[in-house]
Design a protein. Structure first.
Length: 271
């Protein structure tokens, strides 16, 4: 009988080989709006249990913050605001005592972190796209950790690279995320080279690669028609050199809460 060797699969996020591989959604599972058709793209990629769990918590925490700052009328974000309220125990009945306390804890935490809008006048850090829509006026603001936002954008890019080319983004290549004020528009001449990946109305991804090196890739990711990211996959040395050309996100120092502490990834890729 042929002996079978068990080869664990590699986690797309931390690049470590894991014996117990799980499936993680490329576009966070809880971020799909209610308007998503049944046949929309719901790609998943192999993930170690630790990354899957930590991304799950990070995405849940981020969703509550972001859903408070997006237009609940928008088709691209349909149902997310009420999902965020329910996760804080608002408008939901029949919960177990444990779950009720858990949600109440989250509600208190978010309430504690709210800042009067007036205190922020003239300060940097407002995220393009977020905030009250139209004539609405907000009296409070909520901190959104940039590190978490950029990790989700990076995760989407890593997931798409894996699905499109079975690629793990590893040295000498690295990733760098920027936030844009608006959606990228491509000149007509470039459009044929742009690959479009749609996850339904909630997330639209455009990808382009360099003809001289197909491992050099640019992603433009639009979430809920609201958040616009650009993720560059390039030689790390190039990313470091070009860093100075891009303005870094500015903002306020976040409160020291566990959700704000983002664990830096230790990637030690072994072929
Ligand atoms: Zn992992």
């Amino acid at each position: 009988m042929k002996e079978e060797t068990i080869t664990g699969s590699r986690c797309v996020h931390c690049l470590n080989v894991t014996e117990t591989s799980e499936l993680d959604h490329v576009f966070p599972k809880s971020w799909y709006p209610d308007t998503t058709p049944g046949n929309a793209q719901r790609w998943t990629v192999p993930s170690c249990p630790r990354c899957n769990r930590e991304f799950g918590q990070l995405e849940k925490d981020l969703l509550v913050r972001l859903a408070l700052c997006i237009d609940p009328q928008s088709d691209a974000a349909s149902g997310l605001a009420s999902r965020a309220l329910r996760s804080m125990g608002i408008d939901v009945e029949g919960l177990s005592e444990e779950e009720r306390l858990h949600r109440e804890g989250l509600r208190k935490k978010i309430h504690f972190e709210l800042m009067p809008k007036a205190d922020l006048a003239g300060k940097p850090g407002a995220i393009p796209g977020l905030g009250p829509s139209g004539e609405q006026k907000a009296s409070f603001a909520i901190p959104v950790p940039w590190a978490s936002l950029s990790m989700v954008a990076e995760k989407i890019a890593r997931g798409c690279e894996y699905k499109i080319g079975s690629r793990f983004v590893k040295p000498p290549y690295g990733l760098h995320t920027f936030i844009r004020k608006s959606e990228m528009t491509f000149p007509e001449a470039m459009k044929a080279d742009v690959k479009v990946i749609s996850f339904g109305p909630g997330c639209r991804v455009r990808r382009i690669f360099a003809s001289e090196d197909p491992n050099v890739v640019r992603y433009w990711i639009t979430i809920w028609n609201t958040l616009h990211f650009r993720v560059a996959i390039d030689q790390e040395i190039y990313l470091q050199e070009s860093e100075a050309n891009y303005s870094r996100p500015e903002g306020l120092d976040p409160l020291e809460t566990p959700s704000m502490r983002i664990r830096p990834y230790l990637r030690n890729y072994r072929d």
